[in-house]
Design a protein around this ligand. Structure first.
Ligand SMILES: Cc1ncc(COP(=O)(O)O)c(C=O)c1O
Length: 397
């Protein structure tokens, strides 16, 4: 049976893009995982989550296992509202929708705002899963380069002005990760934050702010765009994947009540009552501030270990941005195709993600790679960078 013959034209068009998730081959045993943008196993609060599950079932019996769910789901909303308030974002209950991770939120937002005529502005490079989602809906993109100070808003302004003068369609939405960006680890400066909000207002587009790493700051926390947004243009995405556990699939969107209502109308997975109630029960008994403090210290130390190893082992032609938080270091190796280098690196026992996967249609980024310091421990990080430097030096000479 050729079920594919029944696919819609839109589905067929989306399938023209590379198959999603093809960016990392299976890792060999014992490989140092500098590719993995996930928490280290010892940073997942397994026992505390186990206790939360037991407590929940003891207190509420079958309730969180039903469609209707448990009162704890409402509590989770309050807990997330309190976390956002810490970051300067005041959101009412009507302005908040809990989703199955930030990824579901991106997909739902794309479902509502994009069709095959819509133009999306994206950072270049950016989070590959988001690119894959947007490409399921449209093929019209504007890519704006990112430098060490985040999205280059002057370039965005130039592109917008040029498109306007030529009568070309303007973007409906800009997707940005202003704080500890994936993959570059960079943070948008305050001036650029103000500028991008001004541009959104002048050229009338929405901003999708992905703040998945926002709470993992090594110094003073940057102010989210949403906290500076007077017009309700910013759709804000949060996630507990990087600070609690990605498998719990707790993310959220904050936007105007009407927009949240529309998202809820199209969100047909009926909520993950058990995961949401468990998370609420976990947060209820956790000193989250203390946990975040420990995570920030731990990731900062791992980041320092990675940066020192780069300093120590890498040849002169290799350069990188120094992050102020998050999980990633973005590395440039002039004259080397990092996608071709990967097989040798895996043979040597270290993994990374080749830079091209973070660019639209993989047309740029051959000289870049993304390293993550979140998963490996200090010793592995040092060993991994030494191995990687060996492979790089071999290919430079
Ligand atoms: C920028 C960014 N947004 C969203 C996510 C995914 O978040 P979630 O697990 O909540 O879907 C990631 C995960 O790597 C990410 O890097």
């Amino acid at each position: 049976m050729n079920i594919e013959a029944f696919f819609t034209e839109d589905t067929k068009a989306a399938l023209q893009n590379d198959p999603p998730g093809q960016w990392m081959p299976t890792l060999p045993d014992g490989c140092v995982r500098l590719s993995s943008g996930v928490p280290a196993p010892n940073l997942i609060p397994v026992e505390e989550l186990q206790a939360a599950v037991s407590r929940l079932l003891e207190e509420e019996k079958d309730m969180p296992l039903h469609y209707v769910g448990s009162p704890n789901m409402a509590k989770l909303k309050e807990q997330l509202q309190a976390r956002m308030l810490q970051r300067g974002i005041r959101a009412s209950e009507e302005e908040l929708l809990i989703t199955s991770g930030a990824c579901q939120a991106i997909d739902l937002i794309a479902r509502i705002l994009l069709d095959n005529k819509t133009v999306v502005a994206v950072e270049s490079p950016t989070y590959m899963e988001a690119l894959e989602v947007f490409q399921n809906y449209t093929e019209h993109f504007i890519s704006i380069p990112v430098d060490e100070y985040g999205l280059q808003t002057d370039k965005l302004e130039e592109m917008l002005a040029e498109r306007e003068s030529k009568g070309l369609p303007l973007p409906s939405i800009l997707y940005t990760i202003p704080t500890f960006q994936n993959p570059t680890g960079t943070t948008m400066t305050m001036d650029r934050r103000k500028h991008v909000l001004e541009l959104a207002s002048t050229y009338d587009f929405l901003i999708l702010e992905d703040d998945a790493y926002g709470e993992l700051h090594f110094q003073a926390p940057p102010v989210p765009l949403k906290a500076m947004d007077n017009e309700g243009r910013v759709l804000y995405l949060g996630s507990l994947s990087k600070v609690v556990a990605p498998g719990m699939r707790i993310g959220w969107v904050t936007a105007t009540p009407k927009f949240i209502n529309t998202l809820a109308r199209f969100k047909k997975d009926l909520d993950h009552a058990f995961a949401q109630a468990t998370m609420a029960s976990y947060i209820d008994r956790t000193d989250l501030e203390k946990r975040l403090h420990t995570l920030r210290e731990t990731y900062q130390q791992k980041c320092t270990a990675l940066l020192s190893a780069l300093e120590q082992h890498m040849p002169e032609s290799v350069s990188w941005y120094v992050p102020e938080g998050g999980y990633f270091v973005w590395v440039r190796i002039v004259g080397v195709d990092t996608a071709k280098l990967l097989t040798q690196a895996l043979d040597e026992g270290v993994s990374y993600i080749p830079g091209k996967h973070f660019f639209l249609n993989h047309q740029e980024g051959a000289e870049y790679l993304r390293l993550s310091f979140s998963y490996a421990d200090h010793k592995e990080i040092g060993e991994g960078i030494e191995k990687l430097s060996k492979v790089i030096k071999r290919n430079l000479s």
